[in-house]
Design a protein around this ligand. Sequence first.
Ligand code: SF4
Length: 213
Amino acid sequence: MVSPTDLSDMIWCPRIPWFKSIGVQTSSSHNTKKGMYFHKTIEDLFNQIRSMLSLHIPGKIIGTEIYLPQNKRSEDTLGLVGRVDVLRQTSDGFIVQELKSCDPPPSGWIYETHRVQLIAYAYLAEIDGFSPVVYGIVIYRDLMPREIEPDIDSIPNLVRRYYKLRDSFVMPEGRYENCRYCSYRPLCSILPRKAKITKEQLLSLRELDLTVK
Ligand code: SF4
């Protein structure tokens, strides 16, 4: 199985599917209780505001937090499965909508990782019978809806590429321009860039705590 978030991680760096396949986690999945409470409070506030804003986006909301596919088998989507924040219906077709709590990119832009994630949801919706998906919308903290046209034909190749990277015998090349902003940096900074490291070799580094702090 693979999720739209996994595809988004792969776009960020091809090494991440490989790391995840051997259980390497980042600190973001180990929030403290206090941190989680703070995050949840802020998230709740943003979600309320965004829900109000959502009322002004075209289309009737036919569901939130919708698991896809729900009408087809995961085999029909190449193992791609996920939960889209909002699914809307207009007279022209369907709209997939994602809510992001991160700082927004410049006006009118969408981060590449979020674009892929949204197109993956559009692909899932289309295959599942919510067709056609006419466009996708991302809403960041600035509450400005950003639209994209869903190029769903690109998704099957991205899914196949994900499996290939995940199952690669040796560690894939990194997308090094992203390292300074990446939560895997503490790990990658101690791994030689060009070495052909295998999963077994990485896992055998007993002194290495595979939870990246
Ligand atoms: S630190 Fe750099 S090489 Fe490592 S996963 Fe992140 S972007 Fe890729």
